[in-house]
Design a protein around this ligand. Structure first.
Ligand SMILES: [Zn+2]
Ligand SMILES: [Zn+2]
Length: 143
């Protein structure tokens, strides 16, 4: 059984850099913890460019608060939420309920769970629903 678990543990490839991600978090959840991320994907139209937030032409900086993603190769644009919901959220976790360590891959979708915006996944041992809640500061707008 231990061996089997190790095989499962090696499926996910951990991200090497924030540049390949649209989302990353690492935190405690109750008595357990989660590390989760969603990777940028290739442009669905030309399959060449990596969909990214647009760059401000004046400052050369990425517009972090942009409401859309843009393909640098062909200019295809997609609305932020619609784009993010096509991505997978990959999770490495220790279950707060049963202490099982495992991995999960779920759609990167924010749903309301116990009144909080969360990406939900399930412990594959005890089937507990584990929320990755959206941090409030990610929503605030300090400009
Ligand atoms: Zn493209
Ligand atoms: Zn569990």
């Amino acid at each position: 059984m231990k061996l089997l678990k190790k095989e499962v543990m090696s499926i996910l490839r951990e991200p090497e850099s924030m540049n390949e991600l649209v989302y990353f978090t690492q935190r405690g959840v109750g008595k357990g913890n989660v590390k989760a991320w969603a990777r940028k994907s290739l442009c669905p139209k030309c399959k060449k460019g990596t969909m990214s937030k647009p760059v401000d032409e004046k400052t050369g900086k990425v517009k972090i608060r942009a409401k859309e993603y843009l393909c640098p190769e062909c200019g295809y644009m997609i609305e932020k939420i619609a784009y993010e919901e096509t991505l997978e959220c990959e999770v490495i976790y220790t279950c707060p309920e049963c202490n099982n360590s495992g991995e999960a891959s779920v759609p990167f979708k924010w749903r309301t769970f116990q009144g909080m915006k969360s990406v939900l996944f399930q412990c594959d041992k005890c089937k507990a629903k584990i929320p990755i809640t959206k941090k409030m500061k990610e929503k605030s707008n300090k400009n």
